[in-house]
Design a protein around this ligand. Structure first.
Ligand code: NDP
Length: 261
C-alpha cells in the first residue's frame, strides 16, 4: 500500500527513543524525511544519522527543550532551514508524573503545562504558515488513556494530557479549512526503555518482568504492553493520505484497557 508519505517532512518531538523513535522509523520507512527533537543532543543526532543511513532518507537531529518557547522556535527554524517546509508535526514529547494534588507545587504544574500543552501550541503556531503554503498538512498529538481514565498517582499528567486532547480538537476546527488534519492518539501501556528502567528500580533485575506483567494484568483487556511499533503504526496511518477523512478525533490504542465506550 502506498501511504503517500515519500519526501514529506515530519517533525517528531521526543523522536529519539520509545514511541517517538518508532514513529520516526515508521515514517522514514515510508520515505519521509524526519526531524528528531530531544534535549539529549548526542542521542537526537545519533538516531537521526542511523535513520538516514538505514532508510535512505534525510534526517535531522535537533537538540532542544520543547517545554520552552526558545526551544520550540529553534526546532521550527532548524527544520525550515534544512528542508524548506514542514508537512507533518508529531507532538509526542512528554513524561509521566508522580504526586498528590495536596502536595505538588505550582512550579511542577507549570512545567507539565509547558511540556504537554504549550509545546503543542507554540509548535502549531510555528508550523502552520508552512503547512498552509504547501496546501495542507497533518498534526498529531500523543496524549494518553490517562486523559480520560486517570491514574491516581499522576494528577498533573492526567490533567495536562486532557488539556492536550481539547487543544487538538480545537486546533482541528481552526485549520480544517486549510486542509490540515489534526488528531490525538491515546495509547495505553507501551513498553519503552523507561518502563523497563522503572520496573527494574522497583522490582530488581530478577523481578521486573513479573512486575510489568502485574501492571498489564491490572489494566485488563489484552493484559500485555504494546510494542512502540504497534502504536507507531497507527500514527503513520493517520499521517498518510489513506486517512484523508480523519480529523478532530481522539483514537485509543490501548489493548482494551479503557473501561468506557
Ligand atoms: P520516553 O520517556 O521513552 O521518551 C520521551 C521522549 O521525549 C524522549 O525522546 C525525550 O528525549 C523527549 N523529551 C522529554 N522531555 C522533553 C523536552 N522537554 N524537550 C524535548 N524533548 C523531550 O517516552 P515514551 O515513548 O514512553 O512516551 C512518549 C509519549 O507517549 C509521551 O508523551 C507519553 O506521555 C506518551 N504515552 C506513553 C505511554 C507509555 O506507556 N510509554 C502510554 C501513553 C502515553 P530527551 O530526554 O533527550 O529530551
Amino acid at each position: 500500500m502506498d501511504l503517500g508519505l515519500r519526501n514529506k517532512t515530519a517533525i517528531i518531538t521526543g523522536g529519539t527513543v520509545g514511541i517517538g523513535l518508532a514513529i520516526a522509523e515508521g515514517l522514514a520507512a515510508e520515505g519521509a524525511n524526519v526531524v528528531l527533537a530531544g534535549r539529549d543532543g548526542a542521542r537526537s543526532e545519533g538516531e537521526a544519522a542511523r535513520i538516514a543511513r538505514e532508510h535512505a532518507v534525510s534526517a535531522l537531529g535537533v537538540p532542544c527543550d520543547v517545554a520552552t518557547a526558545d526551544g520550540c522556535a529553534h526546532l521550527v527554524a532548524s527544520a525550515l532551514d534544512r528542508f524548506g517546509g514542514i508537512d507533518i508535526l508529531i507532538n509526542n514529547a512528554g513524561t509521566g508524573s508522580n504526586e498528590t494534588i495536596a502536595e505538588a507545587d505550582d512550579a511542577k504544574w507549570q512545567y507539565y503545562w509547558d511540556l504537554h500543552v504549550m509545546a503543542a501550541v507554540r509548535l502549531a503556531r510555528g508550523v502552520l504558515p508552512s503547512m498552509r503554503s504547501r496546501g495542507g498538512g497533518v498534526v498529531l498529538h500523543n496524549a494518553s488513556i490517562c486523559a480520560v481514565q486517570p491514574l491516581w498517582y499522576e494528577p498533573i499528567y492526567n490533567t495536562t494530557k486532557a488539556a492536550l486532547v481539547m487543544f487538538s480538537k480545537t486546533l482541528a476546527n481552526e485549520v480544517v479549512k486549510d486542509n490540515i488534519r489534526v488528531n490525538t492518539i491515546n495509547p495505553g501501556l507501551v513498553l519503552t526503555p523507561d518502563w523497563i528502567k522503572t520496573a527494574k528500580q522497583i522490582a530488581g533485575e530478577e523481578g521486573y518482568e513479573a512486575h510489568l506483567q502485574a501492571v498489564a494484568d491490572e489494566a485488563g483487556g489484552m493484559r500485555r504492553f504494546a510494542t512502540p511499533e504497534e502504536v507507531a503504526n497507527f500514527f503513520v496511518f493517520l499521517c498518510s493520505a489513506k486517512a484523508s477523512y480523519s480529523t478532530g478525533s481522539a483514537y485509543f490504542v490501548d489493548g482494551g484497557w479503557l473501561k468506557t465506550i
